[in-house]
Ligand binder design. Structure first.
Ligand code: ADP
Ligand code: ASP
Ligand code: MG
Length: 603
């Protein structure tokens, strides 16, 4: 007999009829001999309605009371689903997060799960009951036993955490689409279903805006090897499997908080090419990386920082073996970049740096946890190491440093993050073969960009800034440090730009502005009208031309790229918000992800 955790989202329990249909499905599973734990979300758009109610009363409702309010939505669904099951003569019992013992941190509205007590659940399962658990909520470990919520979309996380704690045979996430698609079918009508996707790819996609799964749910599935599948509530089709690597055995104590950083990577076979003062208009990145792709040169990191007086800096890293060719291509193309459109007499300047190392920390546990990047920067600063380039993804922070500093950096970071082993080389991991280097695309319209001009270029500046934001509990997504160094009153400075959720943007700006003593003479700019569009795929490792194709698709649609950040398996571009959807559709098409199967999306 196996144990299965099934989770049903808001649309799937959005009406009496749908709840009855879910009850039928649950009963069928129970009758096949499986023990079933069901996790449900609030009905339909209930949670949105409750948020609206709160805002009608207060412009800034306190997080504790928000949790008290929002947790009620799920309580309605568990009771109704149990009644529907009992009507079908299927024994069932509903439990809130607190009744189960889903113990979390006290951080209201974004609590992480510490552990789940399984005794009561097991007892009811042994009695032959289906246990219906309220998703998205928990109870704090403090003596006050506060009701907490896990963050919007958090019922997925409740389900996978339960599956990990109960060592369930599988976790099924039932939703309103047939599974994980190449893009959000509400925005890209010809998006196609994937039969499977690796947990690493899904983690990036989920963090970059594909809300079909909560990224923290993917993180838990990956860490504990939970067999996870996303499928439709309306059909019996198999859906999409999320493939996790075989996990090393680990305790479920500190479920979501232990080991935020799981590995350190160091690559000393890297060299940097930077192009300074390239014109800021559509097509430039496409032209540059198009030419590099023609020469079949594989690039690793790419970053493009904020523009200044109509020009940008673009930097990329390559392996040392192809540096000469990459430099030659860049030198040849620099004078021609954007010439036809610009009247600016200045040409781009190419700078090459041979002796660099890329050092990265990785770990899904850093998602939404503000202090991790700051801690990395602080560790490097304390060791007197200057950071030349920063590029982050949601599960990785990479810093380019001088190669002579790499041993010291490794030693210091291993100590800070308690990583016992020596760093793994930055080599392509074992990737299942897939014909397309890009598996899916995602769009995030809920981000804002903060740029800080004239940050002093000394060890410790980034640590101060991101440490300060972490103190305000602000999670930063994509961090980019500019290439161009400007000397102001004898002090070298650089610009730093990063993206945060729109909800945190104003707090971030104020926090930075009030920190005048540490951010002397800087200038802070905020732009909330941005969109982040991304491609994800493990097959892009070692595959020249992928970035060029994405940039070309944007250029063909006259879309200007404001920022670029990459990791090994994703490329993200910041563009103007009103061009976000067109950008998404254009890149989906460029990578031939479209198909003829039409996906029905319920309202
Ligand atoms: P649930 O209430 O079941 O948790 P959500 O609304 O949270 O459902 O997530 C499902 C929705 O995610 C879909 O209706 C779809 O619009 C959206 N979505 C975004 N990106 C993707 C993707 N790559 N694949 C499938 N669905 C996606
Ligand atoms: N009801 C919560 C929300 O709407 C949690 C969830 O559905 O996953 O965010
Ligand atoms: Mg959801």
């Amino acid at each position: 007999m196996s144990l299965v955790v099934q989770k049903y989202g808001g649309t799937s329990v959005g009406s009496v009829e749908r709840i009855q249909a879910v009850a039928q499905r649950v009963k069928k599973t129970a009758h096949s001999g499986d023990s079933v734990v069901v996790v449900v979300s609030a009905m339909g758009k209930t949670t949105d309605g409750l948020v609206e109610l709160a805002h009608a009363i207060s412009s800034n409702p306190c997080r504790r009371e928000m949790d008290m309010l929002l947790s009620t939505g799920e309580q309605v669904s568990i009771a109704l689903l149990c009644m529907a099951l009992q009507e079908l003569e299927q024994p069932a019992i509903s439990l809130t997060g607190a009744q189960v013992g889903i113990v979390t941190e006290t951080h209201h509205s974004r609590a992480r799960i510490l552990h789940i007590e399984t005794e009561r659940l097991q007892r009811h399962l042994q009695e032959g009951k289906v246990v219906v658990v309220a998703g998205f909520q928990g109870i704090s470990s403090s003596t006050d036993m506060e009701i907490t919520t896990l963050g919007r979309g958090g019922s997925d996380t409740s389900a996978v955490a339960l599956a990990a704690s109960l060592r369930a045979n599988r976790c099924e996430i039932y939703t309103d689409v047939p599974g994980i698609l190449t893009a959000d079918p509400r925005l890209v009508t010809d998006a196609q279903l994937m039969a499977e996707i690796t947990a690493d790819e899904m983690l990036e996609l989920a963090s970059l805006g594909a809300k079909v799964l909560h990224p923290r749910a993917v993180e838990i599935a990956r860490n504990y090897g939970v067999p996870l599948v996303v499928l439709s509530s309306w059909t019996d089709d198999p859906g999409t499997k999320v493939i996790s690597p075989l996990p090393s055995p680990r305790s479920t104590a500190g479920l979501e908080i232990s080991l935020p950083v799981s590995a350190l990577e160091c690559d000393t076979d890297q060299a940097k090419v930077a192009l300074l003062r390239v014109p800021d208009h559509p097509g430039i990145a496409a032209q540059l990386f198009g030419e590099i792709a023609v020469q079949d040169l594989d690039i690793d990191l790419i970053i493009q920082s904020i523009h200044e007086s109509n020009s940008n800096d673009i930097a990329f890293t390559v392996s040392k073996g192809i540096l000469q060719r990459a430099e030659a291509v860049s030198e040849a193309i620099a004078p021609t970049l954007g010439r036809q459109q610009t009247t600016d007499p200045e040409t781009a300047e190419v700078i090459v740096e041979r002796d660099i190392a890329k050092i990265s920390i990785t770990g899904a546990g850093m998602i939404g946890r503000p202090g991790i990047a700051a801690k990395m920067f602080a560790t490097l600063a304390a060791a007197g190491i200057n950071i030349q380039m920063i590029s982050t993804s949601e599960v990785k922070v990479s810093c380019v440093i001088a190669s002579q500093d790499s041993d010291l950096a490794i030693e210091s970071l291993c100590q800070t993050f308690q990583i016992p082993s020596s760093p793994i080389p930055n080599s392509p991991s074992l990737v299942p073969y897939h014909p397309s280097p890009v598996r899916g695309v995602a769009l995030d319209l809920k981000q804002a960009r903060v740029a800080i001009r004239y940050v002093q270029d000394y060890p410790g500046s980034a640590a101060k800034i991101f440490g300060l934001l972490a103190e305000h509990n602000i999670s930063v997504d994509m961090i980019i440090q500019s290439q161009r160094c400007r000397v102001i009153n004898g002090i070298p400075t650089r610009d730093l730009a990063f993206t945060v959720s729109q909800a945190d943007a104003e707090t971030a700006r104020q926090a930075l502005q009030q920190a005048a003593p540490i951010l002397e003479k800087t200038e802070i700019l905020l732009d909330t009208e941005i969109a982040k569009v991304s491609i994800v795929g493990a097959g892009m490792i070692g595959q020249p031309g992928v970035a060029a194709k994405m940039f070309a698709a944007l250029a063909q649609n006259q879309i200007n790229i404001q920022m670029i950040a990459t990791s090994e398996i994703k490329i993200s571009c910041v563009v103007a918000q009103d061009q976000g959807v067109i950008a998404l559709q254009a890149i989906h098409q460029a990578f031939d992800l479209a198909g003829s199967n039409k996906v029905e999306v319920p309202v």
